[in-house]
Design a binder for this molecule. Structure first.
Ligand SMILES: *[C@@H]1O[C@H](CO)[C@@H](O)[C@H](O)[C@H]1NC(C)=O
Ligand SMILES: *[C@@H]1O[C@H](CO)[C@@H](O)[C@H](O)[C@H]1NC(C)=O
Ligand SMILES: *[C@@H]1O[C@H](CO)[C@@H](O)[C@H](O)[C@H]1NC(C)=O
Ligand SMILES: *[C@@H]1O[C@H](CO)[C@@H](O)[C@H](O)[C@H]1NC(C)=O
Length: 587
């Protein structure tokens, strides 16, 4: 039997029903099937006597070695110049303290001291992560490159304050943990915590604080840990993010009492010349290594196509006020109105001929490719590659009602569906760190340590049936209650798209205007489909007729709780006209 869900190869079996993989998932094996669940959804935990082996005790490694990248500029050179500070990244840690309960899955969290610091660099903060995942983290260390005696970029703290200790806490733990906040001297800020396993204050040279003008504000990101009191530990991220933002995340955690603002800051790229970003050759090499593999549902009817295929096979441009005179669209979209705003003055639609229209709705996978937007993230310390997929048609939403699946008729259907996933790559070494999965109007970042991979380091993406939302795992997501709601089915069908085999870079502003030719359709700012007018209540009552009385009421309740975009879909705007083009992804 093969363990499909855990393409990373190192795994071991404990007894006979559980296989624990280094991809930090739990796989349930029986003779008929293998399924894999993200630990956060799984109540299954290995049951050995005494201390259980925690997922965090395994270190995650991306399946294949990271390739040697083509030469050029500062990309993947191990260090990044932020102006006054040069930063490098540490992934080697010494465990300081482990809590064995609290946090995600109630499995606790572990706190680490970064070690093997390169000559001349200083620690800015310690690392922490939940125990329900394989160990996979990094923190930044920094070096003052100017070393101006009167204006040092880094300074020792003057003291520490104890933020929290597990001393009096009745929790399962290895030793006792103390979390300290460095007290910066005037004009400096703390960017990370120190953690110890003894009550003595850490020595002052454990860490450095950073001059205030080289820092920016952070906010909490993911929950790492919390005992059952009003104290919690989170990963952090800069408040201001996106293409233009110079804020640099340091990889450290923040510990705080509920209601308090985070007491730490993060760094700022003062230079921001983006010299650590990949050049065109390096972009090609990166996409060759990490191009996502998209699996479609076995029942999928509406596949992607290239934009030109949609235009050449009968896609039409409509103008408001001249609805009876739609025009054909040139293959590159050169006769589409450019720029402007999403004002409803124009829209696209399927061919008027029924046969042609049915054909276009199905897309053409053989000809389909993806469109890449390459952009700096977190002050140029990461590269985001947004991978845009165009589907001529988004099929009807489907509902799960107890054991029955019903199509919601026209609800959810729309012409012109733009979906994306985004690869976040470290500019220190070109390693893929996380992938953003867009699910309609929001989405989520998933660490590579929780992804499935294929063909070495290509992340697997599951496109949901009809709606084409992107998910990291196959299965069913129901929006609503467990028994009634809108279905998002993903499954590993035979139809698959390696996005690396056909792609076009349509945006990479940092390379300069001359490097990338924007196709004219990219600057079409209006909707890619018409506003569909139907009576939602009519559609729903048609569905309700099929249901027994008790379910009718339940069904009504669930439908009423759904966000409006599920119910009254209209064709979306193109990639450039969503604010994710220049902003950070929406979570
Ligand atoms: C206590 O912390 C130190 C690092 O500061 C570490 O080397 C040591 O192993 C820790 N002790 C335990 C019991 O984890
Ligand atoms: C639309 O905007 C893009 C960049 O924002 C610009 O390059 C292009 O020339 C504009 N097109 C027209 C027709 O104004
Ligand atoms: C992208 O931005 C648009 C415009 O703000 C928003 O409506 C949409 O939800 C965003 N999508 C994602 C996946 O973040
Ligand atoms: C499920 O699908 C609907 C309609 O396709 C969508 O609006 C919704 O966001 C999806 N739910 C999740 C949790 O992805």
């Amino acid at each position: 039997m093969t363990v499909r869900c855990c393409s990373p190869v190192f795994f071991f079996t404990t007894f006979f029903i559980l296989t624990f993989c280094n991809c930090s998932r739990l796989c349930v094996l029986d003779s008929a099937f293998v399924s894999c669940r993200n630990p956060s959804f799984s109540p299954l935990i290995t049951s050995k006597k005494g201390n259980k082996p925690l997922p965090v005790e395994t270190t995650f490694k991306i399946p294949a070695p990271v390739p040697k990248w083509p030469q050029g500029n500062g990309f993947a050179s191990g260090a990044i110049d932020l102006g006054e500070l040069k930063v490098s990244r540490i992934t080697t840690f010494n465990k300081v303290w482990t809590a064995r309960e609290g946090g995600p899955n109630n499995l606790g969290a572990t706190f680490y001291e970064p070690i093997s610091i390169p000559e001349g660099f200083s620690v800015l903060g310690y690392y922490s992560q939940p125990n329900n995942q394989a160990l996979y983290g990094w923190v930044m260390v920094a070096k003052d490159v100017r070393n101006d005696q009167f204006r040092q970029a880094l300074a020792l703290p003057t003291d520490y304050t104890l933020v929290w200790s597990s001393d009096s806490q009745k929790i399962k733990q290895d030793g006792i943990g103390y979390i300290w906040l460095p007290v910066p001297s005037n004009g400096y800020k703390a960017v990370g915590h120190v953690v110890t396993n003894s009550s003595e204050k850490p020595s002052l040279d454990k860490i450095r604080c950073v001059r205030s003008d080289l820092t920016v504000d952070i906010e909490t990101d993911n929950w790492i840990w919390g005992p059952k009191s009003r104290f919690n530990v989170y990963s952090s991220r800069p408040v201001v993010r996106g293409i233009q933002a110079s804020s640099v995340a340091t990889g450290t955690f923040v510990a705080k009492k509920d209601g308090d603002a985070p007491s730490l800051s993060c760094l700022k790229n003062m230079k921001n010349d983006l010299s650590s970003m990949p050049n065109l050759d390096q972009i090609q090499a990166l996409f060759k290594a990490y191009s996502p593999v998209v699996y479609f549902h076995p029942k999928e009817e509406y596949f992607p196509s290239s934009v030109s295929w949609f235009f050449q096979n009968g896609g039409l441009l409509y103008t408001k006020g001249q609805e009876s005179k739609p025009v054909e669209i040139e293959p590159t979209g050169s006769n589409l109105p450019q720029n402007g705003s999403d004002d409803g003055a124009y829209w696209l639609d399927l061919p008027t001929d029924k046969t042609a229209s049915e054909k276009v709705k199905k897309g053409d996978l053989a000809d389909a490719g993806v469109y890449l937007h390459v952009k700096p993230a977190l002050g140029g310390t990461f590269t985001d590659i947004a991978v845009w997929i165009f589907y001529p048609f988004n099929g009807a939403a489907r509902a799960k009602i107890e054991f029955v699946t019903v199509s919601l008729g026209r609800i959810g259907e729309h012409v012109g569906d733009w979906e994306h996933v985004t690869l976040r790559i470290s500019n220190f070494d070109g390693e893929l760190k996380s992938v953003y999965f867009s699910q309609h109007n929001k989405g989520s970042w998933v660490s590579v340590s929780n992804l499935e991979f294929e063909k070495d380091n290509k992340p697997v993406v599951y496109a949901s049936l009809h709606g084409h939302a992107a998910y990291p795992q196959a299965g069913l997501v129901v929006q609503g209650t467990a028994s009634i709601g809108i279905r998002n089915d993903t499954s590993r069908g035979n139809v698959v798209m390696d996005t690396g085999s056909r792609y076009l870079v349509v945006g990479a502003e940092y390379l300069g205007a001359s490097k990338i030719v924007e196709p004219p359709w990219l600057n079409y700012a209006r909707k890619w489909g018409p506003k569909i007018t139907y009576n939602i209540n009519d559609e729903l009552s048609r569905v309700k007729k099929l249901l027994p009385g008790m379910l009718k009421t339940k069904f009504d309740g669930v439908i009423k709780s759904l966000p409006p975009e599920v119910l009254g879909e209209q064709g979306p705007t193109g990639p450039k006209w969503k604010d994710n083009w220049s902003g950070d992804e929406r979570v």
